[in-house]
Write a protein that binds this ligand. Sequence first.
Ligand code: ATP
Ligand code: MG
Length: 603
Amino acid sequence: MSAHTPPPAKPANFLRSLIERELHDGVYAQRRWGGSPGDAAHHAAGGKDPAPVRLRFPPEPNGYLHIGHAKSICLNFGLARDFGGVCHLRFDDTNPEKEEQEYVDAIVEMVHWLGWSWQANGTEHLYYASSYFDFMYHAAEFLVERGLAYVDEQTPEEMRANRGDFTTPGRDSPWRDRAPADNLARLREMRDGRHADGAMVLRAKIDMASPNINLRDPALYRIKRAQHHATGERWCIYPMYTYAHPIEDALENITHSICTLEFEDQRPFYDWLLARLAEPATLADGRVLDALLQSPAPKQHEFGRLNLSYVITSKRKLKALVDEGHVSGWDDPRMPTLAGLRRRGYTPSAIRKFAEDTGASKTNVWIDYSVLEGALRADLEPQAPRAMAVLDPLRLKLVNWSELYGFSHREPCNAPVHPQQPELGLRGFTLGPEVWVERDDFAEVPAKGFFRLFPGNKVRLKYGMVVECTGCEKDAEGRVTAVLANVLPDTKSGSAGADAVKVKGTITWVGVHDALGATFNLYDRLFTAAQPDAGEADFRGLLNPDSRRTVHGFVEPSLASAGADQRWQFERHGYFVSDRLDHRAKAPVFNRITGLKDGWAKG
Ligand code: ATP
Ligand code: MG
């Protein structure tokens, strides 16, 4: 085969090379697809699987997605796209206790927001592991009948003690050699609610002496009376994750089951289980059981988890941040959740680019947060419209304005929406007798190298005129309340005289008469330590007390009609987004996404 076109060069990614090789060798070419997930008979009734590869993103709906999940999402959906296959979105909802519909909805929304689709050839490949409970139970009986699983009635303590450890082999349970018919009866009693929670478990019968502890008769089913978000009270036994996951993959015809490295030791059980369920068997009484699952089975492949500096990606700890009120919610713009990053102003394409650029490797990697910020700047720089904003306003009075032009004169100025994209046109605003400038653009006594406003110095009001500072006004406490300057006529940007006066500094400003009052949320990293998750210290003690500062200032009038969730580069300040929840046209709220890469003019 090899009908696919080779994907263009991408960053190192061992999974890509593996899939190329397998497609070339036709490893999965014979798979059939019954149109929906199902067992061997279901798929046998369908035609050749139209998807050359099937992958899946399998979140447990017990929290919000974070940047680590984005890595996994982009990897799986990206590989499926590149090889003309499909990626399923599957909720791994086999644990009834921690899962909620709220999380299901939030996950669907964020995978869509990232730009991925689980639709192919008119089919929605959105699945729930809980809809496979019947099959999983059926498969459990299949294993019991073959003598490959047994009901163990040891107490949890006994089971733990008999499991052994890395240096000691485990000891067989006294229940290990019970006859299949007795195990089957017991399993059915478990299912029918005849035993208490935790009274017994179903275990695979593999090898209590295996050097891989995961093969020492792992548990397959436990008794747990719990309300399940999808199946209600229908079941009082629930499959263990390690048993459920391979089956979910196989029913969905997954070819490549990609997971993070901590599952490496589970792979032998994954393979053992799927091999047993994909082979027919003849029982002692002569009965023949058909294979339950289609071959070839899916294969598990592990890649290194993404760790981002200054960020926590444990759902449990993120939940603690929310529950304990350290942040305003899962979508707080400081959170590494996708909901938080979206509210902060991150774009889906920047996150996809980040995921792609960080490749996939066989080791856990630490990525510096600046890599994510860099991907965002690279995305926004060529497209974000420019605007001027003053975050820490100080009044600048142009004392000779009235005399030159009359107090009510407004001098029209304009500036490109984007300096490299002239087709985006111009934005307009006006210069008048008073403007807002940044408080730190004025110094009564300039430090060496300071080229902005100080008595006797000339600066350009960007896109406007050159002014010469003459002094300042102060209040009773000596705090500067206004800066005074004379405007130099005939120096307007773009006019013939613009270059007649040389200045070393250019400052941004907005007119007092046409500026729009605005709130700015200035975010910084949530933690003060690069690896807040590591070591002994409680992550709560590492919270940055200055991770959010809210200030009030002004923006230029071109933003008067701005809607929520729009992005700009505020000149000299960095990238900002209008808050998707709090922004109002009459009361604008902007979140700082990130600063500019290179500081503005020195001084
Ligand atoms: P937690 O342990 O915090 O609950 P999880 O990894 O168990 O997170 P799941 O919902 O099971 O969360 O994750 C869904 C998928 O996302 C899994 O395949 C998992 O391996 C992957 N994933 C989660 N975190 C990361 C990460 N930091 N880097 C790469 N992939 C990740
Ligand atoms: Mg998990």
